[in-house]
Design a protein around this ligand. Structure first.
Ligand SMILES: [Zn+2]
Ligand SMILES: [Zn+2]
Length: 381
Protein backbone atom coordinates (compact mmCIF):
# COMPACT_ATOMS: atom_id res chain seq x y z
CA UNK A 1 0.00 0.00 0.00
CA UNK A 2 1.22 3.46 -0.92
CA UNK A 3 1.73 5.48 2.22
CA UNK A 4 2.07 9.24 2.09
CA UNK A 5 5.76 8.99 2.91
CA UNK A 6 6.40 6.55 0.05
CA UNK A 7 4.44 8.67 -2.38
CA UNK A 8 6.57 11.71 -1.51
CA UNK A 9 9.78 9.68 -1.85
CA UNK A 10 8.75 8.31 -5.28
CA UNK A 11 7.74 11.80 -6.36
CA UNK A 12 11.12 13.20 -5.32
CA UNK A 13 13.00 10.43 -7.17
CA UNK A 14 10.91 10.98 -10.32
CA UNK A 15 11.54 14.74 -10.15
CA UNK A 16 15.27 14.11 -9.76
CA UNK A 17 15.38 11.73 -12.75
CA UNK A 18 13.35 14.16 -14.88
CA UNK A 19 15.59 17.01 -13.80
CA UNK A 20 18.77 15.14 -14.75
CA UNK A 21 17.22 14.01 -18.03
CA UNK A 22 16.03 17.47 -19.05
CA UNK A 23 19.11 19.44 -18.04
CA UNK A 24 21.18 18.93 -21.21
CA UNK A 25 18.20 19.74 -23.44
CA UNK A 26 17.44 22.95 -21.52
CA UNK A 27 21.12 23.91 -21.44
CA UNK A 28 21.57 23.39 -25.20
CA UNK A 29 18.38 25.29 -26.05
CA UNK A 30 19.48 28.23 -23.88
CA UNK A 31 22.93 28.14 -25.48
CA UNK A 32 21.40 28.10 -28.97
CA UNK A 33 19.22 31.10 -28.16
CA UNK A 34 22.13 33.04 -26.68
CA UNK A 35 24.33 32.33 -29.71
CA UNK A 36 21.56 33.29 -32.14
CA UNK A 37 21.26 36.67 -30.42
CA UNK A 38 24.95 37.54 -30.97
CA UNK A 39 25.58 40.29 -33.47
CA UNK A 40 28.77 40.13 -35.49
CA UNK A 41 30.41 43.39 -36.60
CA UNK A 42 29.69 43.72 -40.32
CA UNK A 43 32.97 45.41 -41.28
CA UNK A 44 36.58 44.70 -40.46
CA UNK A 45 39.57 46.97 -41.13
CA UNK A 46 40.37 46.44 -44.84
CA UNK A 47 43.34 44.33 -45.88
CA UNK A 48 45.80 45.58 -48.50
CA UNK A 49 44.70 43.73 -51.62
CA UNK A 50 43.79 40.59 -49.68
CA UNK A 51 40.50 38.98 -48.67
CA UNK A 52 39.48 36.71 -45.83
CA UNK A 53 38.56 33.17 -46.94
CA UNK A 54 36.90 30.80 -44.52
CA UNK A 55 37.42 27.09 -44.79
CA UNK A 56 38.10 23.76 -43.15
CA UNK A 57 41.32 21.77 -43.14
CA UNK A 58 41.69 18.05 -42.29
CA UNK A 59 38.66 16.23 -43.68
CA UNK A 60 38.36 12.51 -44.45
CA UNK A 61 36.04 10.80 -46.93
CA UNK A 62 35.44 7.19 -47.94
CA UNK A 63 38.91 7.15 -49.51
CA UNK A 64 40.13 6.67 -45.91
CA UNK A 65 39.93 3.20 -44.32
CA UNK A 66 38.12 4.63 -41.28
CA UNK A 67 35.53 6.87 -42.93
CA UNK A 68 32.43 6.09 -44.95
CA UNK A 69 31.87 9.77 -45.72
CA UNK A 70 30.33 10.36 -49.13
CA UNK A 71 32.10 13.17 -51.07
CA UNK A 72 28.66 14.52 -52.08
CA UNK A 73 27.80 14.98 -48.39
CA UNK A 74 31.02 16.92 -47.85
CA UNK A 75 30.26 19.21 -50.77
CA UNK A 76 26.69 19.87 -49.75
CA UNK A 77 27.68 20.55 -46.11
CA UNK A 78 30.46 22.92 -47.17
CA UNK A 79 28.07 24.76 -49.47
CA UNK A 80 25.33 25.01 -46.84
CA UNK A 81 27.79 26.41 -44.28
CA UNK A 82 29.13 28.85 -46.88
CA UNK A 83 32.75 27.69 -46.76
CA UNK A 84 35.18 29.08 -49.32
CA UNK A 85 37.49 26.05 -49.23
CA UNK A 86 37.94 22.55 -47.87
CA UNK A 87 41.37 20.91 -47.66
CA UNK A 88 40.89 17.14 -47.90
CA UNK A 89 43.32 14.88 -46.03
CA UNK A 90 42.38 11.25 -46.54
CA UNK A 91 44.71 8.69 -44.99
CA UNK A 92 47.59 8.41 -47.42
CA UNK A 93 46.90 6.21 -50.47
CA UNK A 94 47.28 6.50 -54.26
CA UNK A 95 43.48 6.56 -54.87
CA UNK A 96 43.37 10.12 -53.49
CA UNK A 97 45.14 11.31 -56.64
CA UNK A 98 42.92 9.32 -59.01
CA UNK A 99 39.48 9.78 -57.47
CA UNK A 100 39.75 12.43 -54.75
CA UNK A 101 37.77 15.64 -54.90
CA UNK A 102 39.65 18.60 -56.33
CA UNK A 103 38.90 22.04 -57.73
CA UNK A 104 35.93 24.39 -57.57
CA UNK A 105 32.52 22.86 -56.79
CA UNK A 106 29.61 25.31 -56.52
CA UNK A 107 31.87 28.03 -55.16
CA UNK A 108 33.73 25.75 -52.71
CA UNK A 109 37.38 25.22 -53.61
CA UNK A 110 38.53 21.69 -52.74
CA UNK A 111 42.27 21.31 -52.22
CA UNK A 112 43.56 17.76 -52.30
CA UNK A 113 46.02 16.43 -49.73
CA UNK A 114 46.80 13.44 -47.54
CA UNK A 115 47.40 12.54 -43.91
CA UNK A 116 50.70 10.67 -43.67
CA UNK A 117 51.96 8.73 -40.66
CA UNK A 118 55.68 8.74 -39.91
CA UNK A 119 57.86 8.04 -36.87
CA UNK A 120 54.85 7.89 -34.54
CA UNK A 121 53.42 11.21 -35.72
CA UNK A 122 50.91 12.38 -38.30
CA UNK A 123 51.41 15.01 -40.97
CA UNK A 124 48.93 16.82 -43.17
CA UNK A 125 50.36 17.12 -46.68
CA UNK A 126 48.16 19.90 -48.06
CA UNK A 127 48.00 20.63 -51.77
CA UNK A 128 50.34 17.86 -52.91
CA UNK A 129 50.09 16.66 -56.52
CA UNK A 130 50.87 12.97 -56.26
CA UNK A 131 51.22 10.05 -53.87
CA UNK A 132 54.17 10.19 -51.46
CA UNK A 133 55.19 6.71 -50.37
CA UNK A 134 56.44 7.02 -46.79
CA UNK A 135 58.12 3.58 -46.84
CA UNK A 136 61.81 3.93 -46.07
CA UNK A 137 61.53 7.69 -45.60
CA UNK A 138 62.23 9.64 -42.44
CA UNK A 139 59.83 12.31 -41.17
CA UNK A 140 62.27 14.94 -42.44
CA UNK A 141 62.35 13.34 -45.91
CA UNK A 142 58.56 13.36 -46.03
CA UNK A 143 58.27 17.07 -45.14
CA UNK A 144 60.90 17.74 -47.83
CA UNK A 145 58.90 15.68 -50.38
CA UNK A 146 55.76 17.67 -49.52
CA UNK A 147 57.58 20.99 -50.07
CA UNK A 148 59.08 19.70 -53.34
CA UNK A 149 55.53 19.17 -54.65
CA UNK A 150 54.52 22.72 -53.69
CA UNK A 151 52.53 21.41 -50.73
CA UNK A 152 52.32 22.60 -47.14
CA UNK A 153 53.33 20.26 -44.29
CA UNK A 154 51.31 20.63 -41.08
CA UNK A 155 51.91 18.61 -37.91
CA UNK A 156 48.69 16.90 -36.77
CA UNK A 157 47.34 15.64 -33.43
CA UNK A 158 49.22 18.23 -31.33
CA UNK A 159 48.72 16.60 -27.94
CA UNK A 160 50.82 13.65 -29.06
CA UNK A 161 53.10 15.37 -31.57
CA UNK A 162 56.90 15.09 -31.26
CA UNK A 163 58.40 16.67 -34.38
CA UNK A 164 57.80 20.35 -33.54
CA UNK A 165 61.32 21.31 -34.56
CA UNK A 166 61.30 19.62 -37.99
CA UNK A 167 62.57 22.34 -40.34
CA UNK A 168 60.25 21.24 -43.17
CA UNK A 169 57.14 21.85 -41.10
CA UNK A 170 55.18 24.94 -42.19
CA UNK A 171 52.74 24.73 -39.33
CA UNK A 172 50.90 22.69 -36.72
CA UNK A 173 47.38 22.03 -35.60
CA UNK A 174 46.93 23.56 -32.16
CA UNK A 175 43.44 22.05 -31.91
CA UNK A 176 42.18 18.80 -33.46
CA UNK A 177 38.74 17.43 -32.57
CA UNK A 178 39.80 13.78 -32.60
CA UNK A 179 42.90 14.54 -30.55
CA UNK A 180 40.85 16.50 -28.00
CA UNK A 181 38.17 13.84 -27.76
CA UNK A 182 40.61 11.04 -26.98
CA UNK A 183 42.86 13.11 -24.72
CA UNK A 184 40.28 13.12 -21.96
CA UNK A 185 38.23 9.95 -21.93
CA UNK A 186 36.15 11.10 -18.96
CA UNK A 187 34.37 13.38 -21.36
CA UNK A 188 33.03 10.36 -23.24
CA UNK A 189 30.80 9.63 -20.24
CA UNK A 190 29.36 13.16 -19.95
CA UNK A 191 29.06 13.40 -23.74
CA UNK A 192 27.13 10.10 -23.84
CA UNK A 193 24.73 11.38 -21.14
CA UNK A 194 24.29 14.67 -22.98
CA UNK A 195 23.48 12.81 -26.19
CA UNK A 196 21.13 10.40 -24.44
CA UNK A 197 19.15 13.13 -22.67
CA UNK A 198 19.09 15.73 -25.41
CA UNK A 199 16.43 13.82 -27.33
CA UNK A 200 14.62 15.47 -30.19
CA UNK A 201 16.45 17.70 -32.65
CA UNK A 202 20.17 17.01 -32.83
CA UNK A 203 21.89 19.48 -30.52
CA UNK A 204 24.60 20.92 -32.75
CA UNK A 205 26.05 22.60 -29.68
CA UNK A 206 26.99 19.22 -28.26
CA UNK A 207 30.41 19.37 -29.91
CA UNK A 208 31.10 22.67 -28.19
CA UNK A 209 31.29 20.78 -24.92
CA UNK A 210 34.57 19.28 -26.18
CA UNK A 211 36.13 22.68 -26.94
CA UNK A 212 38.69 23.81 -24.38
CA UNK A 213 41.55 26.30 -24.49
CA UNK A 214 44.40 24.26 -26.01
CA UNK A 215 46.96 25.29 -23.40
CA UNK A 216 49.40 22.45 -23.96
CA UNK A 217 49.57 22.74 -27.77
CA UNK A 218 49.84 26.53 -27.59
CA UNK A 219 52.69 26.32 -25.09
CA UNK A 220 54.61 24.08 -27.51
CA UNK A 221 53.69 26.40 -30.40
CA UNK A 222 54.86 29.50 -28.49
CA UNK A 223 58.08 27.76 -27.59
CA UNK A 224 58.83 26.75 -31.19
CA UNK A 225 57.84 30.09 -32.77
CA UNK A 226 60.46 31.85 -30.65
CA UNK A 227 62.98 30.06 -32.88
CA UNK A 228 61.24 30.26 -36.28
CA UNK A 229 57.81 31.08 -37.75
CA UNK A 230 55.08 28.43 -37.90
CA UNK A 231 51.39 28.68 -38.75
CA UNK A 232 48.77 27.47 -36.25
CA UNK A 233 45.47 25.99 -37.45
CA UNK A 234 42.49 24.26 -35.84
CA UNK A 235 40.81 21.25 -37.43
CA UNK A 236 37.79 18.94 -36.99
CA UNK A 237 39.69 15.86 -38.31
CA UNK A 238 36.25 15.07 -39.77
CA UNK A 239 35.66 11.34 -40.33
CA UNK A 240 31.91 10.85 -40.01
CA UNK A 241 32.45 7.60 -38.13
CA UNK A 242 31.34 8.25 -34.52
CA UNK A 243 28.00 7.01 -33.25
CA UNK A 244 26.81 7.03 -29.63
CA UNK A 245 23.06 6.33 -29.78
CA UNK A 246 23.02 8.61 -32.86
CA UNK A 247 25.50 10.00 -35.41
CA UNK A 248 27.69 12.45 -33.53
CA UNK A 249 29.86 13.76 -36.33
CA UNK A 250 27.83 14.48 -39.46
CA UNK A 251 29.69 16.80 -41.85
CA UNK A 252 27.19 19.69 -41.45
CA UNK A 253 28.31 19.80 -37.82
CA UNK A 254 32.03 18.97 -37.95
CA UNK A 255 32.69 21.30 -40.90
CA UNK A 256 31.06 24.06 -38.87
CA UNK A 257 32.89 23.49 -35.60
CA UNK A 258 36.34 24.96 -36.15
CA UNK A 259 37.39 26.87 -39.24
CA UNK A 260 40.57 28.45 -40.53
CA UNK A 261 40.40 31.91 -42.09
CA UNK A 262 43.09 32.64 -44.67
CA UNK A 263 44.05 36.15 -45.80
CA UNK A 264 44.74 35.52 -49.48
CA UNK A 265 44.80 37.27 -52.83
CA UNK A 266 42.11 35.11 -54.36
CA UNK A 267 40.31 31.83 -53.98
CA UNK A 268 42.79 29.67 -55.86
CA UNK A 269 44.88 26.77 -54.64
CA UNK A 270 48.25 28.58 -54.96
CA UNK A 271 46.95 31.71 -53.21
CA UNK A 272 45.40 29.80 -50.29
CA UNK A 273 48.47 27.58 -49.82
CA UNK A 274 50.68 30.67 -49.96
CA UNK A 275 48.61 32.41 -47.26
CA UNK A 276 48.90 29.32 -45.08
CA UNK A 277 52.66 29.06 -45.61
CA UNK A 278 53.09 32.73 -44.68
CA UNK A 279 50.99 32.46 -41.52
CA UNK A 280 48.27 34.78 -42.79
CA UNK A 281 45.64 32.84 -40.93
CA UNK A 282 43.52 32.62 -37.80
CA UNK A 283 41.27 29.95 -36.43
CA UNK A 284 37.80 30.28 -34.94
CA UNK A 285 35.30 28.02 -33.22
CA UNK A 286 32.66 28.90 -35.75
CA UNK A 287 29.89 26.88 -34.19
CA UNK A 288 29.99 29.44 -31.36
CA UNK A 289 29.99 32.37 -33.79
CA UNK A 290 31.64 32.99 -37.12
CA UNK A 291 34.56 35.41 -37.14
CA UNK A 292 34.64 36.93 -40.64
CA UNK A 293 35.76 40.36 -39.43
CA UNK A 294 38.53 39.52 -36.95
CA UNK A 295 41.70 41.53 -37.41
CA UNK A 296 45.12 41.56 -35.75
CA UNK A 297 47.89 43.84 -37.02
CA UNK A 298 50.83 46.00 -36.08
CA UNK A 299 50.72 49.68 -37.08
CA UNK A 300 53.24 52.50 -36.89
CA UNK A 301 52.64 56.26 -36.53
CA UNK A 302 52.78 56.80 -40.32
CA UNK A 303 49.89 54.50 -41.19
CA UNK A 304 52.05 51.55 -42.27
CA UNK A 305 50.75 48.18 -41.09
CA UNK A 306 51.85 44.55 -40.90
CA UNK A 307 49.70 41.47 -40.67
CA UNK A 308 49.81 38.03 -39.11
CA UNK A 309 52.80 36.01 -40.29
CA UNK A 310 54.87 39.12 -41.06
CA UNK A 311 58.41 39.56 -39.76
CA UNK A 312 58.88 43.17 -38.73
CA UNK A 313 62.09 44.91 -37.70
CA UNK A 314 61.73 46.44 -34.21
CA UNK A 315 61.08 50.19 -34.23
CA UNK A 316 59.62 52.96 -32.13
CA UNK A 317 55.98 54.07 -31.97
CA UNK A 318 54.40 50.75 -32.93
CA UNK A 319 51.04 49.51 -31.72
CA UNK A 320 49.27 46.15 -31.95
CA UNK A 321 45.59 46.39 -32.81
CA UNK A 322 43.04 43.65 -32.23
CA UNK A 323 39.53 43.93 -33.64
CA UNK A 324 37.03 41.29 -32.47
CA UNK A 325 33.83 40.66 -34.46
CA UNK A 326 31.89 40.70 -31.17
CA UNK A 327 32.88 42.07 -27.75
CA UNK A 328 34.78 39.37 -25.93
CA UNK A 329 37.84 38.92 -23.75
CA UNK A 330 40.83 39.92 -25.89
CA UNK A 331 44.26 38.72 -24.78
CA UNK A 332 47.61 39.64 -26.31
CA UNK A 333 50.46 37.18 -25.80
CA UNK A 334 54.16 37.88 -26.23
CA UNK A 335 56.59 34.95 -26.29
CA UNK A 336 54.01 32.77 -24.57
CA UNK A 337 53.16 35.26 -21.80
CA UNK A 338 50.00 37.35 -21.47
CA UNK A 339 50.91 41.05 -21.73
CA UNK A 340 47.46 42.61 -21.89
CA UNK A 341 43.81 41.71 -21.62
CA UNK A 342 40.53 43.57 -21.92
CA UNK A 343 36.80 42.75 -22.09
CA UNK A 344 35.87 44.83 -25.15
CA UNK A 345 35.56 44.60 -28.96
CA UNK A 346 39.01 46.16 -29.57
CA UNK A 347 42.41 46.33 -27.92
CA UNK A 348 45.47 48.50 -28.58
CA UNK A 349 48.82 47.57 -27.13
CA UNK A 350 52.04 49.55 -27.64
CA UNK A 351 54.95 47.35 -28.70
CA UNK A 352 58.18 48.19 -26.96
CA UNK A 353 60.53 45.55 -28.27
CA UNK A 354 61.09 42.33 -30.15
CA UNK A 355 58.90 39.35 -29.52
CA UNK A 356 56.44 36.90 -31.03
CA UNK A 357 53.01 38.49 -30.57
CA UNK A 358 49.65 36.80 -31.00
CA UNK A 359 46.07 37.42 -29.91
CA UNK A 360 43.16 35.37 -28.59
CA UNK A 361 39.50 36.23 -28.17
CA UNK A 362 37.17 34.40 -25.77
CA UNK A 363 33.41 34.77 -25.84
CA UNK A 364 31.22 34.92 -22.73
CA UNK A 365 28.37 32.45 -23.18
CA UNK A 366 26.12 31.26 -20.37
CA UNK A 367 28.34 33.14 -17.96
CA UNK A 368 31.44 31.24 -19.04
CA UNK A 369 34.45 32.39 -21.11
CA UNK A 370 34.75 30.06 -24.05
CA UNK A 371 37.67 29.81 -26.52
CA UNK A 372 36.72 31.49 -29.78
CA UNK A 373 39.47 33.04 -31.97
CA UNK A 374 43.24 32.42 -32.12
CA UNK A 375 45.41 34.62 -34.33
CA UNK A 376 48.74 33.66 -35.83
CA UNK A 377 51.78 35.58 -34.64
CA UNK A 378 53.42 38.77 -35.84
CA UNK A 379 57.18 38.43 -35.43
CA UNK A 380 58.91 41.61 -34.25
CA UNK A 381 62.66 41.06 -34.56
ZN1 LIG B 1 41.41 8.45 -39.44
ZN1 LIG C 1 42.85 12.73 -39.74
Amino acid sequence: MLTRGRAIAIGLILALVMGVACTPRVRFLALRQELAALTIAPDAPPLDGLRRYRGVIHVHSNLSHDSRGDPAEILSAAKAIGLDFVMMTDHNNPKIFQRGLEGLHDGVLIVRGAEIGSEGDYLLALGIESFIDPAGKTFREITAAIAAQGGVAIGAHPNRFHHWSDPGLAGVEVWDLYDEAISDRWRYATLALDVLFSYGAYPAEILLSIVRHPARALAAFDDETRRRPLVAIGTPDAHRNVRIFRRLDPYPLTLHLVTTYLLAEDKTRPALLDALRRGRAYLAFDLLASAPTFDFRLVDGQGKSWMMGDRVPAGAGRTLRVFAPHAGRITVIRDGRVISQTDAPTLEQPVDGPGVYRAEVALSVQGQWRPWIYSNPIYVQ
